[in-house]
Write a protein that binds this ligand. Structure first.
Ligand code: CP3
Length: 353
């Protein structure tokens, strides 16, 4: 990266993505893609088949480090995201976790009558992930920013209560209204387990962290304040007390009109914007100078060609005056053609000239 605005961090070779998280305005936005380590890559599918299962892959640190690095080798992104899953936190909180082939994650659900003291935390279940971080860190190009992550408490709780993904997150929303004390205790336990996990990732070598709130969009306004904004703020405060220089990206998918309240209320250092949000509107309502990340529609990337170029131009124009990390508005989909990812990178990087 070159130019007078290249970065604010110390040293002669600032990392583009980390610099933008700290307020730099480079000519070309740094770029990574949510879920960039995963099933759209043939080399991921091959390793996944060899290891037999998703959790087997996560718990084999050498293999998980390899999966983290695969998209870097192929595309040269500016960020590497740790290969793991948000559901490692409930697993370390003592909930059984498994992946049903062809379906998705399953946890033993927390029912109205479940006694929470039956959950016995075992934070040694984080150790293999920290080892993955150390192995990636040792192999990573020094220009690449290494991102850790966790799910946000609300999103994690939706899985813990329902025991699986659901369309409307109804089980958790019901419990939040009917048994707010019990639900609050689950959220508090997730906050503590998440801070331990993120501190462990930071101490092992990640340089910024992202909080994924994939289901932030399902809550009514008062519930959003209570279960999205406040718990994320507590995580940010606790992390900042220990690691004040590590940027936190908050990604409240589906927050819509509540995006600015989220950004201000949580105190995150950067906000991820999903593809349904008009980037010009986001730029108007977000605090001046707050870095943003996003927000190409993953389906536009599947289509490729003009659809992508038009959307990229619109996003870049909207965020031209603000620190911007180019990303999708949500995770890359498994049927995304590899050459469309290559074309996207070339287009974003060329358009900065
Ligand atoms: O971004 C990355 O490349 C890093 C790794 C990563 C994974 N999951 C790997 C994964 C990250 C950051 C996640 C986050 C995650 N996991 C979220 C939040 C982001 C989002 O997309 O909304 C959520 C809700 C989960 C929970 C989860 N994990 C589900 C619902 C599933 C099954 C369906 C799906 O989307 O794949 C997973 C499995 C999973 N996590 C896979 C990968 C690569 C696929 C596993 C396989 O090989 O079959």
């Amino acid at each position: 990266m070159t130019g007078p605005d290249a970065g604010l961090s110390n040293g002669p070779m600032p990392k583009p993505l980390l610099s933008v998280l700290k307020g730099a305005l480079p000519a070309v936005p740094p770029m990574w893609l949510m879920r960039q380590a995963g099933r759209y890559l043939p080399e991921y599918r091959a390793l996944r088949a060899e290891k037999g299962g998703f959790l087997e892959l996560v718990y084999d640190s050498a293999a998980a480090a390899e999966v983290t690095l695969q998209p870097l080798r192929r595309f040269g992104f500016d960020g590497a995201i740790l290969f793991s899953d948000i559901l490692i936190v409930p697993y370390a909180m003592g909930q059984d976790l498994w992946f049903e082939a062809g379906e998705g994650p399953r946890l033993a659900p927390i029912l109205a009558e479940t006694d929470l003291s039956t959950l016995k935390p075992d934070f040694s279940r984080y150790e293999a992930v920290y080892e993955t971080v150390r192995q990636v860190k040792a192999a990573l190009d020094p220009q690449v920013t290494f991102l850790g992550f966790a799910g946000s408490p609300w999103t994690i709780a939706t899985y813990m209560v329902a025991g699986q993904g659901s369309k409307d997150q109804g089980a958790a929303r019901r419990m939040a209204y009917r048994q707010p004390d019990k639900f609050g205790a689950i959220i508090d336990a997730i906050i503590d387990a998440t801070v331990v996990y993120l501190c462990g990732q930071i101490e092992a070598g990640v340089e910024a962290v992202q909080l994924f709130d994939s289901w932030a969009g399902s809550l009514a306004p008062l519930e959003f304040e209570r279960w999205v904004i406040r718990p994320n703020r507590r995580i940010v405060e606790k992390l900042k007390a220990i690691h004040p220089d590590i940027p936190v990206i908050g990604f409240p998918k589906g927050a819509g009109a509540k995006l600015a309240d989220y950004a201000v209320g949580t105190g995150v250092d950067a906000v991820g914007v999903d593809e349904t949000v008009d980037p010009h509107w986001a730029n108007r309502v977000l605090p001046q100078g707050l870095p943003v990340q996003g927000n190409l529609d993953p389906l536009a990337l599947i289509a490729g060609g003009r659809a992508v170029e038009e959307a990229v131009d619109n996003i870049r124009a909207a965020f031209a005056g603000r620190p911007h990390i180019f990303n999708l508005g949500h995770g890359i989909l498994p049927d995304t053609p590899i050459d469309h990812v290559e074309a996207l990178l070339s287009y974003v990087r060329a358009a900065g000239d």
